[in-house]
Design a protein around this ligand. Sequence first.
Ligand SMILES: [Zn+2]
Ligand SMILES: [Zn+2]
Length: 446
Amino acid sequence: MKTVLLIDDDKSFREALSHWLIDNGWRVLQAEDGELGLQLAMEHQPDVVLCDLLMPRCNGFQVCRSLRAQKERLPKIKIFVTTGSAYSTDRLNALESGADDYLVKPIRPNDLVALLDLAVGSGSGKVSVKADPSNVSTAPTRLKFWGVRGSIPTPGPDTVFYGGNTSCVEVRADREIIVFDAGSGIRPLGVALNEEFKDTPVNVTLLISHTHWDHIQGFPFFSPAYNPKNQIKILGFEGARKGLENILSSQMESSYFPVSMGEMPGNISIQELKDSSFNIGQVGVQAVFLNHPGICTGYRIFTSEGSICYMTDFELFQRMRSGKAERISDEEERFARLQDERLALFAEGADVLIMDAQYDAAEYNTHIGWGHNCVDDSVAFAIDAKVKRLFLFHHDPDHNDEKISRLVASARGQVAAKGSDLIVEAAREGLEIILDAKPAILPGKG
Ligand SMILES: [Zn+2]
Ligand SMILES: [Zn+2]
């Protein structure tokens, strides 16, 4: 009997597909993450692997590479990537990683069964494991924006109010210093930490959303990483093409930078995340993969004073799918809607949502598939997710202060028209907020 291994963290997808495959004479194995998938592949040597891309514990690109590295044990294995990502760079990376084909969800079961029969020549057997959610705890929670710009730093007279540094957000909660991303905004954060802590050691946990340059470029200039008394822990998921450590250290190779990462005197540890739920001290963290080229992660942290969701570099599925094609099928529309609903559920009820809102509606139409939202979509998403406060983030480098202010005004108009009580602001450098039952704004740099 032919065996197929389904590696996908979406249980409903695995279950639906396995019924079809079993009815069509296949023996089906299931794994909900990449590591378990690899383990089952080695144990059972299936004829075909169907593998998702965005999964905890080893992403699909890495699964493809690892399976292809086992030429002797798995000489004839067929690998089909089955993913929600319609980005052409992901297709290319998957094929380069060793996939035989790249199938974008939703996938019609009949088409897939036919494709598998064609690829090889058909049962049951199941394995599954579970993950579980988070944790909460105590102390005032503060959030400060150090970099709010997307793509490239944009200093200058037109961006003085909102700021020109790329992504970096600091959170102080439950005795932890947690930093989202290391764009150029992490440089002034480092200066401020040195001034505040002086000779006292600093422990910082840096959560990397993804390794596009605007999210890591500031790290070589993060001065606390040059002091041996400090502990800098960098957490993130592996990239599509290379591991996290490899990518971070590559930008400090001698062709690009005079000091290598290994030469930085601070105690720097880099940990590739495996699970979508973990803790930083008493702060619970959940991670979710976003719709963006490559591997991009959204985080939600649960502090004793409320929760903060950081979802940047993110394009809503429905908008992208319906914008790219003249017409999309009902199945595709349903698939995209479910993906967006899943992400809205992730953010549901957050006290603060920091969200990609790079474009206005007209600009979005000429940037469909670039991996970023327009303001209208981010506002609609936040209203659906019932978050309390939305910060528009990852401002386009071509947007000056005036443009961003106009976008905020139009976003507030949209909220009023919907009768929602969502608070909308544009993230700006220096803005600091405190989370409590009634969030208050502290005076920022302005
Ligand atoms: Zn970015
Ligand atoms: Zn990006």
